[in-house]
Design a protein around this ligand. Structure first.
Ligand SMILES: [Zn+2]
Length: 235
């Protein structure tokens, strides 16, 4: 259930592991914790400006581009749907070089998407990953409508989303519930399928949160940080 700014990604099947890794999280050095918290706070404040229609203009000019012509240093990764209404840089009011953005319909993972996340976490040392679903997601709607899609690639995508949304009759009927279930499943799959991401979370170098974007209001709601590696993957 969504309450104001907080969205809880359920990890009911991971209760034991959550408890174990909560202890590990307490051991994270304070400086590192501050870095992680700062990134999420920056996304929240940027989204607040977006919601209030007070986003500052972003410099896209030559001086900015020239300054960025060196190794990149984004402060967060965002895995979101490829939907045209969900551009993370606008939603979080950030500029060039700020976010590593990976997008696929329904934010579904495949090897390339997972590898992109691993690259961000391992090689760019990005301390924050946001997995963001959104209101009125056509990809999830297609999956819960049991619509027949053409060709093996679209079938792969829809099958992947259905795996996360088939857990209860109520979730199948209610689009937002299905979208949240899909976000949860993507996070679980990322943790299950990537040793690099799993290790980042357990060692405290990577924080993962789920998010839900309301298209009409522009507001993003965030889950609690994910503290546990998942043990279930899409079938
Ligand atoms: Zn979508």
């Amino acid at each position: 259930m969504v309450h104001s700014q907080t969205l809880r990604v359920r990890l009911a099947r991971q209760v034991g592991a959550v408890a174990a890794l909560c202890c590990l999280t307490l051991q994270v050095p304070l400086a590192q914790e501050a870095v992680r918290t700062g990134g999420l706070a920056r996304l929240k404040s940027g989204n607040e400006r977006f919601v209030r229609n007070t986003s500052a203009s972003v410099s896209l000019g030559t001086p900015t581009r020239e300054a960025l012509a060196k190794p990149q240093n984004p402060f967060a990764m965002v895995l979101s749907c490829s939907d045209s209404r969900v551009p993370p840089e606008y939603i979080f009011s950030v500029g060039l070089g700020d976010l590593l953005v990976i997008r696929s319909a329904g934010e579904v993972l495949d090897k390339s998407v997972t590898a992109s996340l691993e690259y961000g976490a391992r090689h760019l040392n990005i301390p924050l990953l946001v997995v963001m679903g959104h209101e009125s997601c056509d990809a999830v709607q297609t999956a819960i409508d049991s619509t027949t899609v053409e060709g093996p690639n679209l079938q792969y995508l829809v099958k992947a989303i259905r795996a996360g949304t088939n857990r209860s009759a109520s979730e199948k009927k209610e689009l937002r519930g299905a979208i949240l279930a899909n976000v949860e499943q993507v996070i679980n799959d990322a943790m299950t399928g990537s040793q690099i991401l799993r290790r980042g979370v357990s060692e405290g170098t990577l924080q993962i949160v789920g998010a839900y974007y309301e298209v009409a209001t522009g507001r993003v709601m965030f889950s609690e940080p994910v503290l546990a590696p998942a043990t279930t993957a899409r079938k």
